[in-house]
Design a protein around this ligand. Structure first.
Ligand code: ASP
Length: 405
C-alpha cells in the first residue's frame, strides 16, 4: 500500500501522525463535538475486535505449521518466551529504580475515588491462573473472547496438525491458511479507517480527561511516563539494534500505524491485526514468525503494564508510609511479571491486575483509588509500549531464525 510512488499524504504513517495531532487539538478545542464523533472511533474498535479470535486462532496454527516440525516450534517458542520474559523484567527494573529514586508517593493523599466494580474479586493464585489457561470449552472461550485459553488450544491444534502428515493434514492447513488470508484482506480494509478511528478515539479521550487531574498526580504520572519512555526509547531500540540487527528508526516508521492504534485504543488485542499487517507488509518480517510471535505477544508480553504495576504498587506503599524492603520489592517484581502475563489486552486490564501485586505484599486495595484518575492516559502509553515490545520481539526472533531487514 505504501510503495515509493505513493504521495506522502497518502502514506499510512503520515496519515496516522496527522490524525494524532488533529485528535489532540480537536479534543481540547471542541470537546462536545469530540464526544459526538466518538462513535467513529468505537466503530473502528469494534471492527478490529470482531476479527481478533479468528485471527489469533488461524495465525497461531499457521505460524506453527509453517515452522514445519515440533523441534522448530520448540526453538522459536523458547526464544519468544525468553525475549518476552527478559524485556518485561528489564522494564520492571527500570520502574522500580525510578520509584525508589523519585518517591512519587510522598506528598500524595489516600484517594477517595471509587474503585471499578469487581476489582475486589480479582485474586488469581498461580494454580488458578494455570488452570484457566486451559479451556474447558473452546467454543465458549472463543465466544467470550478469552484469549489465553484460545491460544493454548491453537498451539496444541497446530502442533498436532503438523503431525498429521498426509493429504487430510494438508487440506486442514490449506483451510486455515485460506481463512487467515481472508482475515488479512479484511484487516487491510479496516486499516484504511485507522486515521479516522485514531482521530476520533483520541479527540474524545482528550475531551474527557482534564489536564488538572494529571497535574494533581504529576509526580506519579511523570515516573510511570519516564519509565515507559526509557524502556521504549532506549532499552527496546538497543535490543532491536543489537539483537534484531535492524535500524530502530526505519522499524518504528514501518510500525507506526500499529503504535498509534495501540495508543488510541488502549488495547493490545484490538491492535493485533494492525501489528501483524505492519510487521509483515512494511517491516518485511517473515509471515511464519509474525503469525506465531505477535498473537502470543499481544496477550502475554506487556512490558509497559508490568512497569506500571511495579511503580503503582510502590507508589501506593509510599502513600501509606509502608517501606518495602528488597525481598518485598522482589515479590513485586515477580508478581508484576505474572500480572502482566495474565492481563488481557484490553483497556484497564493492568489496573485490575494491580490487585494481585498489592495483595502479594499486603497493601490495601483502596490505595488504587489514589492513582485511578490518570489511569486512562497511562493505559494508552503503556499499551503503545506493550505493542512496541511485541514488534521488537518479532524482529529479534526473526533475526535468530535467519531473517534480517
Ligand atoms: N491496556 C493494556 C493492553 O491492552 C493492558 C493494561 O491495561 O495495562 O496492552
Amino acid at each position: 500500500m505504501n510503495d515509493q510512488r505513493t504521495p506522502w499524504y497518502l502514506k499510512l504513517h503520515w496519515q496516522v501522525l496527522i490524525a494524532l495531532g488533529f485528535g489532540l487539538v480537536f479534543g481540547v478545542a471542541f470537546p462536545k463535538a469530540a464526544e459526538d464523533l466518538g462513535f467513529l472511533g468505537d466503530l473502528f474498535l469494534r471492527l478490529l475486535t470482531m476479527i481478533i479470535v479468528p485471527l489469533i486462532f488461524t495465525s497461531l496454527v499457521n505460524g506453527i505449521t509453517s515452522l514445519g516440525n515440533a523441534r522448530s516450534v520448540g526453538r522459536v517458542g523458547v526464544r519468544t518466551v525468553v525475549y518476552y520474559m527478559a524485556s518485561t523484567t528489564g522494564a520492571i527494573i527500570v520502574g522500580l529504580g525510578l520509584v525508589n529514586i523519585l518517591h512519587p508517593g510522598h506528598g500524595l493523599h489516600i484517594g477517595n475515588g471509587s474503585l471499578p466494580e469487581g476489582l475486589n474479586a480479582t485474586s488469581q493464585s498461580l494454580p488458578v491462573f494455570l488452570l484457566h489457561m486451559v479451556p474447558d470449552n473452546i467454543v465458549s472461550a472463543m465466544a467470550r473472547g478469552q484469549i489465553l485459553p484460545v491460544i493454548t488450544f491453537a498451539i496444541l491444534f497446530g502442533i498436532f496438525l503438523t503431525g498429521l502428515n498426509d493429504e487430510r493434514g494438508r487440506a486442514v492447513q490449506a483451510v486455515v491458511d485460506g481463512v487467515l488470508d481472508v482475515i488479512q484482506r479484511l484487516t487491510l480494509a479496516i486499516v484504511r479507517l485507522a486515521p479516522v478511528g485514531i482521530f476520533a478515539l483520541l479527540a474524545r479521550e482528550v475531551a474527557r480527561s482534564g489536564i488538572d487531574v494529571i497535574l494533581s498526580l504529576w509526580r506519579y504520572f511523570l515516573v510511570v511516563g519516564l519509565g515507559l519512555v526509557i524502556h521504549a526509547m532506549i532499552t527496546l531500540p538497543l535490543l532491536l539494534l543489537l539483537l534484531g540487527r535492524r535500524s530502530p528508526l526505519k522499524f518504528v516508521r514501518a510500525v507506526l500505524p500499529a503504535l498509534a492504534t495501540a495508543f488510541s485504543t488502549a488495547s493490545s488485542s484490538a491492535t493485533l491485526p494492525l501489528s501483524m499487517e505492519c510487521a509483515e507488509q512494511e517491516a518485511k518480517l517473515p509471515r511464519g514468525i509474525v503469525s506465531f510471535v505477535l498473537p502470543l505477544g499481544a496477550t502475554v508480553n506487556m512490558d509497559g503494564t508490568a512497569l506500571y504495576e511495579a511503580v503503582a504498587a510502590l507508589t501506593i506503599a509510599q502513600v501509606y508510609g509502608v517501606h518495602l524492603n528488597l525481598t518485598q520489592q522482589l515479590v513485586v517484581l515477580l508478581t508484576a511479571l505474572l500480572a502482566s502475563v495474565g492481563a488481557a489486552g484490553i483497556p484497564m486490564a493492568g489496573l485490575v491486575m494491580l490487585v494481585v501485586v498489592l495483595k502479594a505484599v499486603g497493601l490495601p486495595l483502596e490505595g488504587i483509588s489514589t492513582i485511578i484518575a490518570v489511569d486512562r492516559v497511562l493505559d494508552m502509553m503503556r499499551t503503545a509500549t506493550n505493542v512496541w515490545s511485541d514488534l521488537v520481539g518479532a524482529a529479534v526472533v526473526a533475526r535468530f531464525e535467519g531473517s534480517t531487514g
